[in-house]
Design a protein around this ligand. Structure first.
Ligand code: FEO
Length: 394
């Protein structure tokens, strides 16, 4: 029997737990994920979001513990992406008269494209829906992280149903932040922000502004655990992340063929450590690009190295830079320092290609591409360290 979990009087978590999810569109989810849906038992029973199609059975079983699913009158679809809307057809089969509440216009058009036309109830920011003693208020959160996203606030419960915002890909038998512990939940939330939300940071700033003034006691996202004891901390942390202000922190990312680019990478690490800049080294042969992205969120200095392989950069480096480019915010990285580097035999295409992508991502490249032919020597490594030291604190 799969149990519903009471999160407030007459409000239940009824979602699905995806223990075995390990790769969410290229993002490694080492702790799995959850697809949270919430059932509000008021005069007009209302379901907030659903889950992936494969978890419809779990969802329906949990709902059935509380109420006959046929009695659901509203389904609020805060977001069209299928990890939240995928069980709408299954719910509609059981509750054919339920109205689907969704954002106007992108939620309605997106749901129609996925599941066909029906009598959707489109809402805009500030629109309300009375479901009995509760009133739900909707706020569109455009591009956090799709055009259709919105959040739903329940006044009696003081719950913000935030969908993807404030979420974490994290499967657990616990349902609340204080049961898991703040450091673990924040670490998962940071990875989620860096790998999903970061490019839309300026929209996050706007969304946080729109939520100011709401009396929020609980933030119930659609992934991971519910924020009930650390609402202030996650709101404050989202403000900091969305500002894109980096820390005085360096990451050095590389792949190497015959260790010359690796020697350069280690020398760059030393240069930062010598200047008291916290630094991490990532070898793309062993580190996953989504874990590196988590560190990019707060790194002022991002050094990326590739030797020239055949006629360009190494495929591992290209994959990382492709991912980085997709997650780069259009603005807001001004002042972040990119350091492209790498070795070559007879053509500098590898490090040059790294430089081109870092520049396209919005990094400043004060040193240009740092290339070195064939193998390293002490004199060049010393020059490299001096050059890198020169950009610290600029
Ligand atoms: Fe969790 Fe954008 O879906």
């Amino acid at each position: 029997m799969l149990h519903a979990v009471k999160v407030k009087p007459d409000v239940y978590w009824v979602g699905g737990i995806d223990w075995n999810e390990r790769n969410f569109h290229g993002y490694t989810t080492d702790r799995g994920s959850t697809y949270n849906a919430y059932l509000i038992m008021d005069e007009h029973p209302t379901l907030i979001d659903t889950c992936k199609p494969g978890f419809a059975g779990e969802l329906i079983e949990r709902i059935g513990e509380v109420v006959d699913p046929a009695r659901i009158e509203y389904v609020v679809a805060n977001h069209v992406e299928q990890d939240h809307s995928g069980a709408i057809p299954a719910i509609c089969e059981l509750a054919p008269n339920a109205r689907i509440v969704t954002s106007d216009p992108y939620g309605a058009s997106g749901l129609a494209a996925h599941y066909g036309e029906r009598d959707y109830l489109p809402v805009k920011t500030g629109d309300t829906l009375c479901i009995g003693k509760r009133t739900l208020t909707f706020t569109q959160t455009l591009m956090v992280h799709w055009p259709d996203n919105m959040v739903t606030y329940s006044d009696v419960d003081r719950i913000l149903f935030s969908n993807d915002a404030f979420g974490q890909h994290f499967a657990s038998s616990h349902h609340f932040d204080d049961e898991v512990g703040l450091p673990e939940v924040l670490a998962q939330a940071k990875k989620y922000y860096a790998n999903i939300v970061m490019p839309y940071s300026r929209h996050v700033v706007r969304a946080l502004g729109a939520l100011e003034g709401l009396d929020i006691d609980m933030v119930a996202p659609s992934h991971g655990v519910i924020w009930r004891s650390h609402v202030g901390e996650i709101m404050e942390t989202y403000c900091r992340w969305s500002s894109l202000a980096p820390d005085e922190y360096a990451i050095v990312v590389y792949d190497s063929m015959w260790h010359t680019t690796e020697d350069m990478a280690r020398e760059i690490v030393e240069a930062f450590i010598e200047r008291d800049v916290p630094t991490r080294l990532f070898d793309l042969k062993v580190d996953h690009i989504s874990d590196i992205m988590t560190e990019v969120l707060s790194a002022k200095y991002v050094a990326v190295g590739s030797p020239t392989l055949n006629n360009g950069m190494m495929p591992t480096v290209a994959a990382f830079l492709c991912y980085l480019k997709g997650l780069s915010p259009k603005t807001g990285w001004e002042g972040r320092v990119g350091i492209p580097f790498g070795s070559y035999g007879w053509g500098t295409n590898g490090p040059d290609e790294v430089a081109a992508v870092l520049e396209a991502c919005g990094f400043d490249l004060p040193l240009g591409a740092l290339s070195h032919q064939w193998v390293e020597d002490e004199e060049h490594l010393a020059q490299l360290q001096t050059a890198v030291a020169g950009v610290v604190g600029r």
